[in-house]
Write a protein that binds this ligand. Structure first.
Ligand SMILES: Nc1ncnc2c1ncn2[C@@H]1O[C@H](COP(=O)(O)OP(=O)(O)O)[C@@H](O)[C@H]1O
Ligand SMILES: [Mg+2]
Length: 483
């Protein structure tokens, strides 16, 4: 912030062009006028400022990083809670001086030093006691149940944290700092708000009178490094065989729905599946809060928008899905289908945008089908159920069920193929199913995703794409389907 203020390049630009506008326009072949020479020197001056600013920026960034690192270690060593604002301030000040002394080649005036210290403190104390949890990379979720009870999730396990807020007012001040930069407000008239931290973490806030235990804040931290397919295999969420199968399904342009409960790992799996999309395809992603982190270059990220305080300016997922069809996508990835957008998504899948991916909230592949149906009805098109089912049956090729098991692990528990209609019913054929074989001494569930023995229809599609999976992928005695 300090340095942004030094960045006066913009103003100089404006000043220069404003002056030029008043002068007679020089013809291109005449000698440079004084004005032009002035302009040149201004832009040279700009460049020097920019160079200085970026050098300063780098120094500030490095200093800040060092101070923060040492501070976290120091607070931990001295068992000081981050809520102790005064102590944190003093320690930060000491560390800052120490780091300044050690860092060579930095000469800051007294005013600059004090401003820089403020910037660092604001960052550290910005969200008060929350900062430490937000900074702790092993914490994936933070749950504040009133000022005195804070839980975090570490490695899939819920644990109570030492962090506490002084009282409701203290917590409300922090909430204020979260929501005000994004133009939202939390008070009695709007006691329920979704927000996002600058780093992308998602925040839900609900306060009294709706919550009876004081302000409640739930933060799903944005993981800087998304889990990869290798991570998921290592965590036992799936096997390499299944990973190969899913990669084949994406390459062969199957329309895939990832189904599961809240926090079961749907978005993570969607991200991994999207990662299998070849680099030469144009991908448009549509999300409520941008969470997907695709490694490909050609990705367009769209995010819906809530209405403002006057209730205006809302852009829904549905609006974005409809719009993205006009953007010549090769693949459409919708973060989550929750409502009427499902119908548009299915229509897209049915009209040449195959290979699209999405997630939805359901407890089994069968449940996912009926949820899809219900959500299509929410589009308010007055379509008969049979017509909707036909849409679903021809659009969705595969449903991957993701679950968070009792031991906290997240696994794929079923993969089913949609196999057309039989009368009025959509046929679903399970290809892989998780089989639990036991529980180890630490309470960890032991088991594996096993083929059901059915040879899926999609194999044909795989072969059209020149993808051949090992013959025993679907079980040694996989029964051939009668076509
Ligand atoms: N297979 C997995 N193994 C371990 N942790 C996972 C797995 N999938 C997701 N997670 C973690 O679980 C949390 C919730 O995942 P997310 O994909 O956002 O769930 P959902 O979209 O179903 O709500 C995240 O912190 C994520 O890093
Ligand atoms: Mg999600």
């Amino acid at each position: 912030m300090l340095l942004r203020r030094i960045g006066t390049g913009d103003n100089n630009d404006k000043g220069a062009s404003g002056n030029a506008g008043n002068a007679a326009t020089p013809s291109s072949n005449s000698a440079p006028t004084v004005r032009e020479q002035e302009q040149k020197s201004v832009s040279r001056f700009d460049r020097t400022v920019v160079e200085q600013v970026s050098k300063q920026d780098k120094i500030t960034y490095e200093l800040k990083g060092k101070v923060q690192e040492r501070l976290v270690a120091e607070l931990e060593r001295r068992k000081i809670s981050p809520t102790e604002e005064r102590q944190v301030r003093t320690i930060t000040d000491d560390i800052f001086q120490e780091v300044l002394l050690e860092t060579q080649g930095v000469t800051l005036s007294r005013a600059e030093k004090s401003l820089l210290l403020d910037v660092i403190l604001a960052e550290i104390l910005g969200y008060g006691p929350l900062e430490i949890l937000l900074r702790d990379e092993t914490v994936t979720e933070v749950m504040i149940n009133g000022p005195k009870s804070v839980y975090v999730e570490r490695k899939g396990k819920l644990v109570k944290s030492e962090v506490k807020f002084k009282d409701d007012q203290h917590l409300m001040r922090i909430i204020e700092r979260i929501v005000s930069p994004i133009g939202r407000r939390v008070d009695e008239s709007s006691p329920m708000v979704d927000a996002r931290l600058p780093d992308g973490s998602r925040v839900n806030i609900i306060i009294p009178p709706l919550s009876l235990i004081g302000p409640v804040v739930t933060i799903r931290k944005f993981s800087k490094k998304p889990l990869t397919i290798e991570d998921l295999v290592r965590y036992g969420s799936l096997t390499t065989r299944i990973a190969d199968f899913l990669r084949a399904a994406v390459l062969a342009r199957m329309n895939i729905v990832v189904s599961g409960g809240t926090g079961s790992g749907k978005t993570t799996l969607l991200n991994v599946l999207s990662g299998f999309i070849p680099d030469d395809e144009r991908i448009v992603t549509v999300e409520n809060a941008a969470e997907l982190q695709l490694r490909q270059d050609h990705v367009i990220t769209l995010e819906s928008k809530a209405a403002n305080i006057e209730g205006k300016g809302e852009v829904t997922i549905r609006d974005l899905v409809i719009n993205c069809l006009r953007m010549r996508p090769d693949r459409i990835v919708v973060g989550e289908c929750r409502s009427g957008e499902t119908l548009d998504m299915l229509q897209a899948m049915n009209t040449g945008h195959d290979g699209s991916l999405t997630t939805l909230h359901a407890n089994s592949p069968k449940d996912a089908l009926s949820r899809t149906e219900t959500m299509c009805l929410m589009a308010g098109m007055d379509l008969p159920v049979r017509a909707i089912r036909e849409q679903v049956a021809s659009a969705v090729n595969m449903i991957v069920q993701q679950e968070r098991l009792k031991d906290g692990s997240r696994k794929i528990t079923s993969i089913a193929e949609v196999d057309g209609m039989e009368g009025d019913i959509i046929k679903l054929q399970e290809i892989f199913r998780f089989e639990q074989t036991g529980v180890d001494e630490n309470g960890k569930i032991i088991g594996q995703l096993k083929p059901t023995g059915v040879q899926p229809r999609c194999v044909e599609k795989f072969e059209q794409h020149n993808i051949f999976l090992p013959p025993d992928t679907f079980g040694s005695a996989s029964q051939l389907r009668a076509f």
